[in-house]
Design a protein around this ligand. Sequence first.
Ligand code: A3P
Length: 314
Amino acid sequence: MTTEISLEIISSLPKGRGWAAEHLYLYQGFWYDPVILEGVIWAQQNFRAIDTDIFLATSPKCGTTWLKDLVFAIANRKRYDSSSESHPLFTTSPHDCIPFLEDLVDHDDPIAYFQSLPSSPRLISTHISYTSLPNSILNADSGSRIVYVARNPKDALVSLWVFTKAIRSAIWSHLPPLPIEEVFDLFCEGVSFAGPFWDHVLGYWKASLETPNKVLFLKYEDMKMDTQCWVKRLADFMGHSFSLEEERQGAGQEIIKLCSFQNLTSLEVNKRAGNKEFFRRGEVGDSKNHLTPEMIKRLEEITEQKLATSGLKF
Ligand code: A3P
């Protein structure tokens, strides 16, 4: 989906060190991979949200895959029995159930593609920063809603490092692998995919405070700690609340079980190359196994400083 206009825009942008591809480009204050950036620009120029749309927004490696699973299962629970192995999530990657707005690689006609998605609601995922979302999503009179999942920056950084290492060796194998020390410095400087990480989180955090009916802000750590509570909140926000009867029958628990890390990683579909990279440990705090105490201290200081007046804590 390359256009002359987007290539012209991209070639004029500041370049930074890429973690997977060779370079990231700074667009409207955020760093993107060039192929994805073409999609960002396409979306800004062409995408039209409809009132029933639900967007799943994340910084990469903060829980996108899990959120896609949960939202898909919640929205489609009348169509597909969450306790049955005939459920699509048993055989289909969540990334094939819910597409990325800015990933247009497989689409010759993205407008027709997005129009063809099942509606009520259309479920679309994105890593685009809040301020760069297409106007039709941001408009005050747009009824579309956004769910954002944030994650503590230490675990997000480690998860992103492992993921991009795998992508680099699969696609850009001529480029040398980046050691953790180097990606750590890049991350702290804000040069990471859809980074600066803190600016990405803060954009959605502020929007969730200003327009709580439009933006629901979740944290990966909270979801791990009390999945049931947050799945209920998610269903309420989506306008797909569990009925009393469903609660009595444990519909929420069935969805949690279906979307659990343990269940999903046991499925053949999620063991395939291209899908398995989205599942690693699925834990809180794994960063301590990869970052030195000095790195942890520096990241915590940056985080405290960046989030100081926001009321947001990790
Ligand atoms: P780790 O690398 O720390 O294990 P994203 O989906 O945004 O790419 O994020 C990937 C992270 O979410 C990975 O974290 C991955 O293991 C974790 N993850 C994927 N599916 C999950 C699930 N069902 N439950 C909890 N964590 C999950």
